[in-house]
Design a protein around this ligand. Structure first.
Ligand code: 7PJ
Length: 279
């Protein structure tokens, strides 16, 4: 249960927390708050102090209907913060799909590429294959602009698992070793609430099918509006409940906005399991 991330290894015997850092003007929860480099660094430092093992830097919002950003603009947003965090010894991932941004992030020292399109953009697979960063392959049905328009599946868990198995195979074919790979069901990306709940219950199946660790991103997502009726700034308790369910399913990385609280959930879950995480 060790993930290779450039020169480092991430031990996932006990689950870890990934803190979200959006350097975008329009992300659904923290958009506009960390566009300035020093504000972004301060927030990253807070998340590390609160227990985050890695920081996921995003320069383009993928929320439904978000406006696309050019590769140049995305590079301009993410590169300085990646360089600054890496120089401080922080483990950093970049949330991007563009080969040009992947290459710039790798040059800046990023240790993980987190791609909501699972390296399907032309040239993306080649860009990661050149380096030795870890890769998170996420499932998404269609594109952010239209993904929430009547998502439909024959069997959501089977289809997501099949897709992720295919993407893992494509990476291995391109020369990426399995110990660099993570998969993610992509909660909220072309899914109804019922699809999200089925996927949450299906994490063990996805893990078994792909043979790599699962990352789960559920923090403050709109499924919580449907389940609790709450606006985005009141979804912490719901997010923690979903994080606990994901841990129970076997997720090894929890991607979230509320790092201190989510680390408490991990600690409690580990204690309930007898302190040993998963085997
Ligand atoms: C996810 C992501 C997720 C991974 C976003 C948000 C929307 N990357 N990037 N998994 N979500 N791997 O933060 O709600 O669920 S952006």
């Amino acid at each position: 249960m060790r993930l290779k991330c450039v020169g480092r290894e991430l031990d996932l015997t006990i689950p870890v927390v990934m803190g979200v850092l959006n350097v975008t003007p329009d992300s659904f929860f923290d958009g506009g708050r960390f566009v300035d480099l020093s504000a972004a660094l301060d927030h990253a430092q807070c998340m590390i102090t609160a227990g985050a093992t890695l920081i996921d830097v995003g320069g383009e919002s993928t929320r439904p209907g978000a406006i696309p950003v050019s590769a140049d603009e995305e590079k301009r947003r993410v590169t300085p913060i990646i360089e600054a965090l890496v120089s401080r010894g922080v483990l950093v991932s970049v949330d991007t799909s563009k080969p040009e941004v992947i290459r710039a992030a790798l040059r800046a020292g990023v240790q993980m590429i987190n791609d909501v399109r699972a390296l399907r953009s032309p040239g993306a697979l080649e860009a990661v294959a050149e380096g030795s960063a870890a890769i998170c392959l996420m499932h998404m049905q269609r594109e952010p602009a239209d993904m929430q328009r009547a998502p439909s599946y024959r069997d959501v868990v089977d289809e997501v698992a099949e897709f992720l198995v295919e993407r893992v195979a494509a990476c291995i074919q391109a020369g990426v070793s399995r110990d660099r790979l993570l998969v993610d069901p992509g909660f909220g990306f072309g899914k109804t609430v019922e699809h999200n709940l089925e996927l949450l219950r299906g994490i063990p199946k996805i893990m078994a099918a792909t043979g790599v660790p699962v990352l789960a991103g559920l923090s403050r997502k709109s499924m919580l509006a449907a389940l609790t009726g709450r606006p985005v700034n009141e979804r912490l308790a719901g997010s923690l409940a979903l994080a606990l369910a994901a841990l129970d399913g076997g997720a090894r990385i929890i991607r979230c906005h509320d790092v201190a609280e989510t680390c408490d959930v991990v600690k409690i879950w580990v204690s309930i399991r007898g302190g040993g995480g998963l085997v």
